[in-house]
Design a protein. Sequence first.
Length: 225
Amino acid sequence: MAMTSALPPRAVVEHMVRQAVYQRLGKTLPSRAQAPNPLVVNVSARHCHLTPEAVETLFGKGHQLTVHKWLYQEGQFAAKETLTLIGPRSRVISNLRILGPCRSLNQVELAYTDGIALGFDLPLRLSGDIKGTLGCMLMGPAGFFEMPEGVIRALRHVHMSPDDAAFYGVKGGDAMGLKIGGPCGITLEKMLVRVDKSFKLEVHIDTDEGNACNLLADTPCELTK
């Protein structure tokens, strides 16, 4: 499950303070402080994306995913339905959450520690780039579905609108850094930039990365080039 920050990140608070100070002094706020949108950093737990055909095989003919929780990106949701993933030597992960809506390919996204537990050597891939990756067996209440490929560890990435991309001076496919503060502060590099007019400014990291820095709702985070 994803965790959305309940408090404004440090960069947004600093922007608000600068704005108040400059207004009080009758000055114009520097353009570099005028970030168009607040940054949200979410931990994306293990999950899968399925085609309509896979959903029907696993849950029964005509079955459609039902919303458990709406996610930060518009139209995306965590479904009520979950699965069991069966790996090598019959090692399993239960309650694997499905994210909707359905997609045109089947993909399972795990953290490295999940791969170790299952006996998988997980490839690090951009979401959707599944050619030549490992497969697995999924088990649902109505049957089994065999994935010949599609098990990956997803590249850490940031969703942003064209306005956000212009502010940070980046384009789709570029790489950024994420500076995470707090007692266990770290900087994550090679953050893939994904740009679309429908995107809200949001970083996705996995559970290993979130646990490494003890990411909490009030942990200050900042995107860097």
